[in-house]
Design a protein around this ligand. Structure first.
Ligand code: SAM
Length: 216
C-alpha cells in the first residue's frame, strides 16, 4: 500500500475514534509521520499506535495526538508550549494549528533530531529547546496553550504559573505504572478549573536535563 493510502486509512481511523475537527484532521494529514519514526518502523508510521523512538521513549498514538489537539481548542493567533519534544511529531502537528510552538525536551539528541526535521519540512514556527520542561520556559511565558506529553502525579506548578489568563493546559496525570487521566486545566480569573477527559498511558515526566548518553 502507498503512503497516501496508509494516510487515508489513518484519517478514517481517527474519524472512527470520534475526531471530527476538520482543522485537526487536516493538520494530521499534512504532517508526514514517517519522517519522525525510526527507519526500521517507517512501514508502520501510519498505524494508529504509539511507536518506540530513541531513549526508550515513544511517539504518541495519532488518536491521542488528535484528542489533545482538539482538547486544546487551538487557533492561529495562539502561542503554545509543548513539554516533551520526543520525535517532534506532535509539535509538527500543533505547528499547523497555532501561530508559534515552543517545545522543550530533556534529551539533547532528540532536540537536534526534531530541529532537523522541522527545518526539512519548512516548519519555521517551532522553536525546540533543551531543558527541564517541568520548569516551563519563563522567557516566553505566558503561553496561551500548554501541551504536556509525559505524565506526572500532579501538574507542575511552574507550568500552571506560565499559563496565560484564559489559557488551557492538557496533560496526562497519574503515576508511571498505571492508567493515567488526560486532564484539561483552564485558567479563569486566576483560578484553575480542572476537567478529566480520557484514560491514557504516557511515559513519565522526569526532572532535569538528561546526562549525555548514546541513543538506544
Ligand atoms: N511529543 C512527542 C512526540 O511527538 O514524539 C512524544 C513525547 S514522549 C511520549 C515524552 C517525551 O517527554 C520524551 O521524549 C521524554 O524524554 C520527554 N520528557 C520527559 N520528561 C521531560 C522533562 N522534564 N522535560 C522535557 N522533556 C521531558
Amino acid at each position: 500500500m502507498t503512503t497516501v493510502l496508509h494516510k487515508v486509512r489513518l484519517i478514517m481511523d481517527l474519524r472512527r475514534d470520534g475526531i471530527t475537527d476538520t482543522k485537526v484532521l487536516s493538520a494530521m494529514e499534512g504532517i508526514p509521520r514517517e519522517k519522525f519514526v525510526p527507519a526500521a518502523l517507517k512501514s508502520r508510521a501510519y498505524e494508529n499506535t504509539a511507536l518506540p523512538i530513541s531513549f526508550n521513549q515513544t511517539v504518541s498514538q495519532p488518536t491521542v495526538v488528535a484528542r489533545m489537539a482538539t482538547a486544546l481548542e487551538l487557533g492561529d493567533r495562539l502561542k503554545l508550549l509543548e513539554i516533551g519534544t520526543g520525535s517532534g511529531y506532535n509539535a509538527a502537528v500543533l505547528s499547523r494549528l497555532v501561530r508559534r510552538v515552543y517545545t522543550i525536551e530533556r534529551f539533547r539528541p532528540m532536540v537536534l533530531g526534531a530541529e532537523a526535521i522541522f527545518s526539512d519540512l519548512g516548519l519555521h514556527n517551532i522553536t525546540a529547546i533543551l531543558g527541564d520542561g517541568m520548569r516551563g520556559w519563563s522567557p516566553q511565558a505566558p503561553f496561551d496553550r500548554i501541551c504536556v506529553t509525559a505524565a506526572a502525579p500532579e501538574p507542575p506548578a511552574q507550568l500552571i504559573d506560565q499559563l496565560a489568563e484564559g489559557g488551557i493546559m492538557v496533560m496526562p496525570v497519574g503515576g508511571p505504572h498505571q492508567v493515567q487521566t488526560l486532564m484539561r486545566y483552564r485558567k479563569r480569573e486566576s483560578r484553575i478549573l480542572e476537567e478529566p477527559l480520557d484514560q491514557v498511558r504516557f511515559v513519565p515526566l522526569i526532572a532535569d536535563v538528561a546526562e549525555e548518553t548514546q541513543a538506544s
